[in-house]
Design a protein around this ligand. Structure first.
Ligand code: ATP
Ligand code: MG
Length: 628
């Protein structure tokens, strides 16, 4: 099958193309119309069709693969391994759905899920989908403030949580955080359902509000909860963006379009067929977790590994032992995680039997070449950079090994995915940028199935954030890109982060790549700061592979400047280089450049609700005071 033919058809005859793809899922009632695009930028896919995500992910497989593993929950934190067949998963989901109903949750109600990355959390999501409740998963590593914000936005009827989460072996009780969040929120849920893993001692339950799941489920063990059929465009869930560029946006997703897009991508992109094993190391708190830990693999009838813990605990070999043990075919992870593994001996990978292992996909942040080369050499396989957003729900730029594998080009996440009509637009002229020239990456509507339908309860923010940047009604990715002659697209950084030096527009990514090519550099963040003469100049914050003395570090910093000048020219020369021990990142591993920039320009660092390690920011403040 030729990628070119499939792609062309998906763009030129979208209704025909998607009408065919829709056959891959179960419809209780088939769609009346494939696409209703009469009210752009709002659009509706598979109008009038009725389906259900839980039915497609679970019930549908009972006959053919009831005894096959659906989920493997592996926790390096607690030492637990839990395996569920499709039949067992079906039972668990029915029990959970019945419990939710007994707490008053029903179709259209919101349920906030604030849980560690466990099988129970997946069951909770599927139970919501079964009864038509809209889940809003809040990453279990977030603090009370993040939780309160999301509760106020979603106004849930029920909150599902656990006794505790863990991080690197440290137990973090959740109920105190939940109590704080609920006391701060204006629309607290009436009921809190607590799943006790026995990590935090006796549960301090609040009478009348909190219930212990283990107690309550006893009365629901045999429950059979009928699937609630939903019109394709009903909301399935709310999920917030990572908050890298500002206050997180509440992405709303539909039901039918999402299921169809995931079904297509599971075989064409991830090359997973029924019965095969997928291991995404993401967390259910992120979009990758929703699409490729939970719904995608299950809709495909595959086995999904749900991993709780660090990639290096108990040691750096843990992921690869799981790959060997379960015969994982496709793995999905992040550049940040691979950079951590790179610091360890590669024998932890090469010593394993990886005969069933075929593909590694990495997404979320730019994949630097040293890391990409290292891991593809170790695995002896191409590594596929995947570009997408919480908003899009599935990959925008990718290679499609399940359809027609094209060669990898280092530095590029590849080609437009099926259904994504991508253009690169010059910000100033609003015209298409010719090959080789920089511009904003946009999607020409209609956005394919699976993409966000609106911002939750805020249609105006949907229009303003994504569709108001150009004369034409185009979806702006808010990322900067360059496309080569063959359509391979390179992401240069966020449009917010573009650095304008004396009229030259530079992407943070280009300079970061260049700095990172210095062998002593572990990771670099580049930002533009105000300069009286040039408008802006780039400055660098870098972490080093090994500790260096002050003098050594100064020498390395000077070399970084030199490397950039050699590779990108004098205009890109970093005005200052700060060597630090850590860079500020979001909980999902993204560099918080806007906060670095604000601090460097002596401004307030802005919304820090998603900041991972506050020490990293303190460290930057000290470095700025100390000087480069
Ligand atoms: P917010 O939208 O709240 O500022 P965010 O954009 O980081 O946060 P996500 O939806 O988690 O939230 O991340 C999507 C963004 O991550 C993309 O727009 C892009 O900037 C970056 N990104 C994702 N994958 C890649 C990749 N393969 N290469 C480069 N950048 C990537
Ligand atoms: Mg974003």
């Amino acid at each position: 099958m030729r990628y070119e033919d499939w792609y062309r058809r998906s763009i030129e005859a979208p209704e025909e193309f998607w009408g065919e793809q829709a056959q891959a899922i179960h419809w209780h009632r088939p769609p009346r119309r494939i696409l209703d695009d009469s009210n752009p930028p709002f659009r509706k896919w598979f109008v009038g069709g009725e389906t259900n995500l839980c039915f497609n992910a679970v019930d549908r497989h009972l006959d053919a693969r009831g005894e096959q593993l659906a989920l493997v929950g592996w926790s390096s934190e607690t030492g637990d391994v839990r395996e569920l067949t499709y039949r067992q998963l079906h039972r668990e989901v029915n029990v959970f759905a019945s419990v939710l109903q007994s707490l008053g949750a029903g179709c259209g109600d919101r349920v906030v899920i604030y849980m560690p990355h466990t099988v129970d959390a997946v069951v909770a999501m599927l139970a919501c989908a079964r009864i038509g409740a809209i889940h809003s998963v809040v990453f279990g590593g977030f603090a009370a403030l993040n939780l309160a914000m999301r509760i106020d936005d979603a106004r849930p009827r029920v909150l599902v949580t656990a006794d505790a989460g863990t991080r690197g072996g440290k137990v973090i009780p959740f109920l105190p955080l939940v109590n704080e969040a609920l006391s701060r929120s204006e629309h607290p849920p009436q009921r809190v359902l607590v799943i006790d893993r026995g990590l935090a001692g006796p549960l301090p339950l609040r009478e009348g509000r909190d219930v212990d799941y283990a107690q309550l489920r006893k009365a629901h063990e045999d429950a059979n909860v009928p699937v609630v059929w939903l019109e394709s465009n009903e909301p399935s869930y709310i999920l917030y963006t990572s908050g890298t560029t500002g206050k997180p946006k509440g992405v709303q997703r539909d039901v039918g379009g999402y299921a169809v897009a995931l079904a297509l991508s599971m075989w064409s992109v991830y090359d997973i067929r029924p019965g095969q094993v997928m291991f995404s190391t993401s967390d259910i708190g992120w979009v990758v977790g929703h699409s490729y830990n939970v719904y995608g693999p299950l809709i495909a009838g595959a086995t999904s590994i749900i991993y709780e813990g660090l990639p290096t605990h108990p040691d750096a070999g843990i992921w690869w032992r799981i790959v060997e043990r379960y015969g994982v075919r496709t793995m999905f992870s992040s550049p940040t995680a691979l950079r951590v593994l790179k610091k360890h001996d590669a024998a932890f990978i090469t010593d394993r039997d990886l005969s069933k292992f075929e593909h590694l996909f990495l997404a979320g942040e730019p994949l630097d070449q040293p890391t990409a080369r290292w891991i593809s050499d170790v695995l002896g396989k191409p590594v596929i950079d995947n570009y997408w957003q919480t908003e899009t729900g599935w990959p925008v730029l990718t290679l499609l090994p399940g359809l027609d594998m094209k060669p990898v080009r280092f530095g590029s996440p590849g080609l437009p995915n099926l259904g994504f009509n991508l253009r690169v637009i010059n910000e100033v002229t609003g015209e298409d940028a010719p090959a080789g020239e920089k511009g904003v990456l946009v999607i020409q509507p209609p956005l394919p199935p699976g993409c966000m339908t609106t911002v939750w309860r805020n249609d105006q923010r949907f229009v303003d954030s994504y569709f108001s940047h150009f004369k034409e009604l185009l979806y702006s990715s808010l990322d900067w890109a360059i496309r080569d002659e063959d359509g391979y697209t390179f992401i240069l950084g966020r449009t917010d982060d573009v650095i304008n030096v004396a009229g030259h527009r530079l992407g943070t990514r280009e300079i970061e790549e260049s700095v990172s090519s210095h062998p002593d550099v572990a990771e670099a963040a580049v930002i533009g700061v105000h300069d009286a003469v040039k408008g802006q100049v780039p400055i660098v914050f870098a972490t080093l592979r090994r500790a260096q003395s002050g003098e050594e570090a100064n020498e390395t910093a000077a070399q970084m400047q030199k490397v950039v000048v050699e590779q990108l020219g004098g205009v890109a020369r970093p005005a200052r280089v700060y060597v630090v021990n850590a860079l500020p990142k979001t909980r999902s591993g993204k560099l918080l450049r806007r906060s670095l920039q604000a601090l460097a320009e002596d401004r307030d660092p802005g919304d820090l609700s998603t900041l991972d390690d506050p020490n990293a920011l303190e460290e930057v403040k000290r470095a700025l005071l100390r000087g480069p």
